[in-house]
Design a protein around this ligand. Sequence first.
Ligand SMILES: Cc1cc2nc3c(=O)[nH]c(=O)nc-3n(C[C@H](O)[C@H](O)[C@H](O)COP(=O)(O)OP(=O)(O)OC[C@H]3O[C@@H](n4cnc5c(N)ncnc54)[C@H](O)[C@@H]3O)c2cc1C
Length: 760
Amino acid sequence: MNYGHSLKFGTFITPQNTAPEKVVELAKLSEALGYDLVTFQDHPYQPKFLDTWTLLTWVAGQTEHIELAPNVLNLPLRPPAVMARSAASLDLLSNGRLNLALGAGGFWDAIEAMGGRRLKPGESVDALSEAIDIIRGLWDVNERASLRFKGDYYQVNGAQRGPLPAHHIPIWVGSYKPRMLRLTGRKAEGWLPSLPYLKDGDLQNGNKIIDEAAIEAGRDPREIRRLLNIAGQFSPTRGGFLNGPSEQWVEELLPLAVEDGIGTFIIMADNAYTMQVFANEVAPALREAVNRELPEGLPETAIRPVAVQAKRHQGIDYDSVPASLADAVIEPGDPNYARVKSTYMRGGAPGIVFQVKNTDQIVEALAFARLHPDVLFGIRSGGHGISGRSTNRGGIIIDLSRLNKIEVLDEATRRVRIEPGARWMDVAAALAPYGWALSSGDYGGVGVGGLATAGGIGWLVRERGLTIDHLRAVEMILADGTIVRASDDENLDLFWAVRGAGANFGIVTAFEFEVDEVGEIGWAQFVLDASDTAEFLEKWGAVVENAPRDLTSFLIMGPPRPGQPMIAQIMTAVDSDQPETIINRLQPIAEISPLYDQNVVITPYANIMANAQDGYHNGQGEPMARSGLVEHITPEFATAAERLLHSGEVYFFQIRSVGGAVADVPPEATAYGNRSANFSVVAFGANRERVNRVWDELMTEHFNGMYLSFDTDLRPERINDAFPLATLDRLRELKQRYDPTNVFRDNFNIALETTESAIG
Ligand SMILES: Cc1cc2nc3c(=O)[nH]c(=O)nc-3n(C[C@H](O)[C@H](O)[C@H](O)COP(=O)(O)OP(=O)(O)OC[C@H]3O[C@@H](n4cnc5c(N)ncnc54)[C@H](O)[C@@H]3O)c2cc1C
């Protein structure tokens, strides 16, 4: 019987509390010897034992990569809802190393003595079945409603779901009798009996019952890993079963693996010698022998549970995902889907996400996407795209978040290589020790990939230019899967296009930047009265435009609030560590109108960028933003902006200073749209039609260009706003050359044929 599971080995250590350090040493030894798994029995009523959950947690903290499991957990003394949280927490803390093996109970006198409820054998199986539903239910953060469960043994009355474990925690069950075996087949992901408790034929019979129950429940029996606790002794002469030299062990374990489908052998040993001999002599030889017998053995990740398959989307040929991508795939039925389905701005429901680890996997995933020309296809780095096209509904996503390395290539020239999944706050933190910084944006959570292919209007933009102006080379995968490098020396056209319109040309896998020397800077946050909004905006615009380039200032306003004055929040960076210079630069802003609040510090650039939370994105619905680039804050523009704020259609309005060094770069040097603008404007609203209407009516006439990164309007004509005609003509010519079949189409597609139907 081959269930297609790769062979694994574990240890089973008695959690004696008389020598806790020995228990922990044996666990660490398990890891050092290369075991995949370390496990501990659980008898919470037994005063001679350490508490297993506490021990698991401790061992998780003392080890780095070995998987952990109770063997098996005494459920009657561990309420399932709490268990779910404990397990998810330990999984998060241990970086996804937990397996949860559960037992229905036994030793009922002892359980009762500890305050547990005595159950009959059949009842305890039903209670375990309920517990599994509760545990899985609490982990299922894809489900929005709180968990309600009315069972005969357990009730949950509206518990909040979560936390989401770091990985899909397999639930294994220690079972012997038919009722438990059937439960294992119906609900578990592993069967974990102990060989010393099994009689001849029990293993075969158990497999049969589990398989039948699995099939009856609509599952594939291969979803259930077969594990086995084994015990024995090494001795030079052959004796009884597992009592002899290691060759004898291999011979005796081989049929268990090949004929009975055991995928994990767990050696019950409390001594280093047995653990060593098993790890060094039995495990490798057994693995070799099994591979000889079962060369067709499937890698574990290729088995997709039937429940996962049931949530697949039409139009995606999931079965043609190559095996090399098996560890990158996240489907809607996978628990981890909650981590990847949405972005910062937009709720999504992609049909498949490839969370790739390396360039080879990107090439493979891209080939898969090419086979689906009619399916939406997005690229995600940091997931902060405002248009939200790094997620979609029913489509394919390549998620680059794991490609997030930041390395200094050459200190003398301040050359830094950064992968697209890195976030700007991590970049700032990595550069800070060198006294360097790279102006990127105002929010540390934004990813490198999306921003550095579009522009990059950041806190030092007037002095240091756009992020793309620091780009010296990119490594990129083109639509046909070719890996290229583009710089001023090679693939010049592509290097030009990538700096402003990168998303249309390929997947950038690494950026090489020349970064700046930046010391501590002045950082000010003001709240100013903006009751006379138009006048205020005009004055602020004039102050900023006339300020030396070391000042960059961003303004945020919201709609009027009843009974309160209009206010503007102004955030300003001054690239100086001299208090006098900073005050000189800030004074004209502070004097524009009554100052309600102020906070000024001198701080490293990295501190300003450390303003984002970790964790996965949970964007909801559709983002709605419009944007434009404007040369000056004229009285007409300021009046229009005031009317926009009073229209009731926008809840967030921002103007960022640009200009300065941005305009030093010749317009034709990169594909970035409009370098002469001094300001970039963005407004967020809720209702797409109404915001578009008021925006088009009031604002559009004042703009000269648009920064794509701040807009959500994917109608084809926006492309004409974003790029001057000559730039667009050249981009389209290059698009024909580099992406003739329009693979990269979902986010502001420059291809001529763009229609609304191509937009996700
Ligand atoms: C809170 C917030 C603050 C922001 N502040 C600023 C700011 O101050 N200045 C500024 O300039 N921008 C800012 N932005 C806009 C931001 O730069 C863009 O949204 C950018 O695309 C986000 O990059 P990302 O990798 O996080 O996004 P993702 O959502 O991962 O990607 C966005 C798009 O970029 C493209 N893309 C992503 N990765 C790659 C890649 N490796 N190769 C090719 N194309 C790729 C894809 O088309 C994708 O749809 C902000 C956005 C947010 C949400």
